[in-house]
Write a protein that binds this ligand. Structure first.
Ligand code: SF4
Length: 758
């Protein structure tokens, strides 16, 4: 390092360089009286410190967002007491004046006097802005100019990012065999696009790696729950609680502001959890590419991805201040920064004692070009020649798989095939996609119809969706329509019901696109028609009381069964409650109880079981269970009314049926319900006798118990159901890509009778 330490030195340097200086001091047993400050700290003393409360003040007094405020505050340092022409600079001057007026800028009057007794030196800042240089000159600071010490001669070319990482892993293992500890090795030039491959390949090669991954509190489930209500009891972890309490204390000044929650949410996004690190592991630090003299003599640096626009990175004219404004205020424009950064990079690389440079042509997503710096430094490109088969069986097996794929698909026989084949051939094409059982710990299993249906369709689908929670929720237009229709139909029984008010309230919950608004116009008229038709239909029933969107639950030993029933019509008479229920459908549905033994199509039977077992009614008397199809294509109003008829099963007991429909002999609102000439229910009518209903409830209970036990036992086989050569499970399943199911997994269910599609 070009710095010669002496007593009373005031070193302006980034924290990583400070750490290195202190380590070297300790190593040399020298004890100088040194003071350190970062460039930002110097600016806060030299110019002013912006108080924490300034951000809140600007949020409340201006239209700037938190992000913009973050970007504009550092620019205030470069403003001088003069007239600027650029409008943004004028605005910034006004903001600075406002903050000053509000006493939100804190000045340190003694700083320059304090520094007079010190020898001030600056190092580690290759991109000093002109106004920063002016400040440092005023402080009589000496900028330490680093010297190139090591000649760079070669760079390795790889075809792909994967090959580059493998090549680096091989080199690291070789170094390690030569007694270089992993903590002496640094990777640079590595952005997040490398992380997955690095983790995979390094684990194959047993190389410990500390990735600089950060997890903010806002990313945790507890953090997200806390942010909903700012309720500290949502945090069960003591560490999280302590960190959040400290934050709340910091922002106590903003407690009564409408921006309080915004500030807290932002702070949680920038407060990170401590990630456990390996002691002896490779680290990633790209600063070594720009800050000269950062590396110790015993360190080995691999600089990956020396590609155009990557090393050095490229600045664009897209900052808060444009290049034009920057020039006026004494800041470097993008082109000047790029030039300075390239020179700084070339220099910094030449201060690393042991450096290995490489670049690649492609990754899975991108094509790359070699960095222009390679030519400017006159580096010789070399190709990797030795392949690392001595380090990792996993790598060898993976490579053999690739080479065999190449051989079988394209008849290309790579030379390494014969090297690897004798050792690993038996493993090729032996991938087993079947689910390997493992137990799931759940404090209490909560089951709904949809969960049970998913389990019945394919246990692995349930596992992926509810245990691994792999499905990303995306609200479709069809779901929005469903929610709007359900909400309006639920409100139609209120005394104060007004269609337009209810409809407007329902759509206000959604951020609808112009196209969606256009489509909804027609659907609104449809819905108004449905509301009127439903009112008309229900004039036929004596079941005049109604529950809408009724939540029911039933606790079993091992699970809690929950149901959400769109509508229950009922009336009480002589201590009994006669009832019927229905579920609205805006999409298609299958009404078929022939596969209940397999747990399929259980929605209405589950609701029946819940109503009769949950204690909702005193002496419940079943009269009907139905679907009502809301959005079937119809040519005219007559067909529309026809399509809105209830589809389902009624009680076989006519004494009870009369409560549901006084005119059941020729029902005008229940599909297929009619009587023969001799007054008996016709064969077309779908009826359930008391006995059949009890059997159905019993079967439902058994299926739920079976499924719950299987879930708790970790049984999640890949087992899609096939009925009449039709796969009921996989067509819309979002987990197709990961389950790798094949015909051997299919479960063929015996067809009992023709399915009846509502
Ligand atoms: S695609 Fe089919 S087999 Fe695979 S998880 Fe989904 S339902 Fe199961």
């Amino acid at each position: 390092m070009s710095l010669i330490l002496e007593d009373d030195m005031y070193i302006i340097a980034p924290s990583n360089l400070k750490k290195k200086i202190l380590l070297e001091q300790a190593k040399n047993h020298s004890l100088y009286r040194l003071s350190f400050a970062s460039l930002q700290e110097v600016k806060e003393h030299y110019f002013f410190r912006v108080k924490e409360e300034a951000t809140l003040f600007l949020l409340e007094q201006t239209d700037y967002t938190l992000d913009v405020i973050r970007q504009l505050l550092p620019v205030l340092y470069s403003l001088e007491d003069k007239t600027y022409t650029h409008p943004k600079l004028k605005q910034l001057q006004a903001i600075k004046a406002l903050l000053e007026q509000q006493n939100l800028l804190e000045y340190d009057g003694d700083y320059k006097r304090y520094l007079k007794t010190k020898k001030v030196v600056v190092m580690g800042y290759p991109l000093l802005e002109p106004y920063e240089k002016k400040m440092l000159a005023d402080l009589k600071a000496t900028i330490i100019k680093p010297q190139a010490k090591y000649l760079l001669t070669t760079i390795t070319h790889y075809n792909t990012l994967y090959e580059e990482v493998v090549g680096v892993a091989q080199a690291i293992r070789t170094l390690n065999q030569q007694q270089v500890a992993y903590h002496q090795i640094v990777l640079a030039g590595v952005d997040t696009s490398y992380y997955y491959t690095l983790q995979t390949v390094f684990s194959w090669f047993s190389i410990p790696l500390n990735l600089p991954k950060k997890y903010s509190i806002a990313q945790t489930i507890q953090g997200q729950n806390f942010l909903k209500e700012l309720d500290i009891t949502a945090l069960t972890s003591d560490i999280l609680k302590q960190k959040v309490q400290a934050l709340l204390q910091t922002f106590s000044y903003a407690k009564n502001s409408p921006y309080y929650a915004t500030l807290i949410a932002d702070a949680l996004q920038h407060t990170y959890l401590d990630v456990p690190l390996y002691q002896d592991a490779i680290t990633i630090d790209s600063n070594v590419c720009t800050i000269a003299d950062l590396c110790r003599d015993d360190q080995y640096v691999f600089v990956l991805g020396v590609n155009q626009n990557k090393i050095p990175a490229i600045y664009k004219d897209d900052d808060f201040l444009s290049d034009v404004a920057k020039q006026e205020v004494g800041q470097l424009c993008a082109a000047e920064k790029n030039k300075a950064l390239k020179e700084a990079t070339k220099l910094a690389l030449q201060t690393i004692p042991h450096v290995f440079l490489s670049y690649k042509d492609t990754s899975l997503q991108e094509i790359f070009y070699p960095a222009s710096m390679i030519e400017e430094l006159n580096l010789t490109t070399i190709e990797p020649t030795i392949y690392p088969y001595q380090f990792s069986h996993t790598y060898n097996q993976y490579t053999l798989g690739l080479l065999l794929d190449q051989y079988y698909k394209y008849h290309e026989e790579a030379s390494d095939l014969t090297k690897l084949l004798p050792y690993y051939n038996s493993l090729y094409q032996t991938y087993d996609h079947t689910y390997q059982k493992h137990f799931v710990t759940m404090p209490k299993l909560v089951l709904s119809y949809s969960q049970l249906d998913d389990y019945a369709l394919c246990p692995f689908r349930y596992y992926a969706k509810y245990v691994l929670q792999l499905e990303a929720y995306q609200e479709t237009f069809a779901q929005k329509i469903g929610t709007i229709y359900h909400q309006v139909l639920a409100s139609m029984y209120q005394d104060s019901f007004d269609f337009d008010t209810s409809y407007n309230q329902a759509i206000s919950a959604f951020d609808l696109t112009v196209k969606e608004k256009f489509l909804l116009k027609r659907l609104k008229n449809e819905l108004a028609f449905i509301v009127e038709e439903v009112k008309e239909q229900e004039k036929n029933t004596t079941l005049t009381k109604v529950y809408v969107e009724k939540k029911l639950s039933l606790a079993g030993d091992k699970y809690l069964l929950k149901g959400f029933i769109d509508k229950i019509l009922f009336c009480e008479k002589n201590g009994k409650t006669y009832y019927a229920f229905l579920d609205y459908k805006t999409g298609s549905v299958t009404l078929n109880f022939d596969y209940l033994a397999a747990g399929l199509h259980m929605q209405l039977p589950i609701y029946l079981y819940l109503i009769e077992t949950s204690g909702l009614f005193n002496q419940p008397v079943f009269t009907g269970l139905f679907y009502q199809m809301l959005l079937k294509n119809s040519k005219n109003d007559v067909e529309k009314k026809q399509n809105l008829k209830l589809v389902g099963y009624v009680t076989a007991e006519e004494d009870n049926l009369v409560w549901l429909d006084e005119n059941y002999e020729k029902s005008s609102w229940i599909k297929g319900l009619s009587v023969t000439k001799d007054g008996r229910l016709s064969a077309k009518s779908k009826v359930l006798s008391s006995e059949q209903k009890e059997q159905m409830k019993q079967l439902v209970k058994e299926k739920i118990d079976d499924f719950a036990n299987a879930i708790l036992a970790g049984e999640f086989a890949i087992a899609p159901k096939i009925v009449q050569q039709k796969n009921l499970s996989c067509q819309y399943c979002p987990f197709k890509e990961i389950c790798f199911h094949d015909a051997r997994d299919n479960q063929y269910l015996d067809s009992i009778k023709e399915e009846d599609h509502a």
